[in-house]
Design a binder for this molecule. Sequence first.
Ligand code: AMP
Ligand code: MG
Length: 539
Amino acid sequence: MNDGQMQTEHIRLDAENIDEELIAHAAQVLADGGLVAFPTETVYGLGANALDADAARRIYEAKGRPSDNPLIVHIAGADRLGDVAKDVPGTAKKLAERFWPGPLTMVLHKQPDIPDATTGGLATVAVRCPSNRIASELIKKSGCPVAAPSANRSGRPSTTRYAHVTEDLDGRVDMIIDGGDAPIGLESTIVDLTADVPTILRPGYVTKEDLEAVVGKVQVDPALTRDAAETAGRASGQAHNTAGKASGDAAPSGMDAGLHPKAPGMKYRHYAPKGDLYLVQGSEGDVIRCINKLVEAAQQEGKTVGIIATAETKERYRSGTVLDVGTRPEEVAASLYDVLRQFDTLGAEVIYAEFLSGSGLGAAIENRLLKAASYQVLDAPKPMQSSRRRKLIFVEGHGNARSAMAAALFDRLYESSDMEAVSRGIVVQFPEPLNQKTEAVMVSNGITLEGFVSEQLSDEEIDQDTMLFTMEERQRQQVLSKFPSATEENTFLLSEYVGDELEIMDPYGGTLQTYGICFEVIRASIQKLSDRILEEKTL
Ligand code: AMP
Ligand code: MG
């Protein structure tokens, strides 16, 4: 990956036990106008003397970054704020007291000796005081404020690990410090304190609520809202994926057609993997089903496909390379960029991600995902389109055990005459009564099915008002291949449809207790199914 020309020096520092000589050497490189990549608690930064216009310009060169995108100036302590900013308001002092050192950047009026090269020609300066001990020692020892954007090549995901920095910047900078993984994993929160109301220009680990607790009302730059992004996306008029409805697909140029974000950097394509990233939104079950279908379609086109899942959902994808970003929100923040970079290494051409949105730290994750995906968001279709659906067919092999329980439970839980639920088999040679243990369990739960006999599923009974639910994925595949009227739009794995992780296992050959457990599992799934149908009818 070394496509630069210079020799990069690599050093390793332990934040708990910093080697004095090595850090003094690194600080000297900075003071002499060199570029040093160093760890912070958010992401790795690429530092230069903020007062040295030539040094700042070299940052843009090394990153391949547009020069109107200003750098954040890092200081060693709040007591040095006056060196870089002037007319510092009381709100800034309060925020510094509460959140520094830490992942908060404040935009303030700049001191005249901060060069245009550092601020992108703005009259304001973004200032942060990092808490990582290597970062703060380095800045202190260098004796200058340190301008540092994220230590990645422009447009790529920010770097959260030493290996990422080496991959992007080896041969392009004077020094890279290995200080372990960046624990937060997303860039700092940026708040503009030059406006009447403090305004969040970039969401991060310090949340809107955190800020409001200290300074009262805080607003979010309106250009960051999804509506603005989507307006920009539509205005850009880009073609989009045919597999779903894209609700927004802004390219970087699309942003220009909408509102202008106040942090100049927010308008550029950012954090992006090399493959084409799509975010899929909707209820969990719908999202997983939709992604499974999209992956299948893309694989049929011969594409290498990746999926971004959480620790909770990763088992539910059938094919494609699944990488999980852990549990929300802290683990997701810490691993997102690494996962995006891994997909580059794996050569993923298209990547589908569960759209993880939310408030607090979730808002920062949502923001980075949207930007990484250039606002390509797909709505997972809701398969149950309406109250038109009148017939539910529960399907299994013989049609006299699990499917019979499911149909009977649906009738009891849903309690309405506008839907009928029936049980069918895929391999019924002749009608059989209810499986004995199934019957025993149902009776002990107060359900009797007089004169039940199993029936073979027939293609004729599947019409546009029908939904089919199988107990196992294997059965769903059988139904799809044997019955022309069964399609991806009407044939579902029951557990997947209601957002459960495991298939409903076959109790056959088990004890009465096995059947009892099976009944409870089905009861829970049917409860969710019935809730969902009721909910959709009231929409
Ligand atoms: P990075 O250094 O890669 O984390 O990016 C720095 C971010 O801070 C970019 O989005 C910049 O646009 C933003 N920024 C830096 N200085 C200012 C400023 N004076 N006013 C508004 N945004 C700024
Ligand atoms: Mg950056």
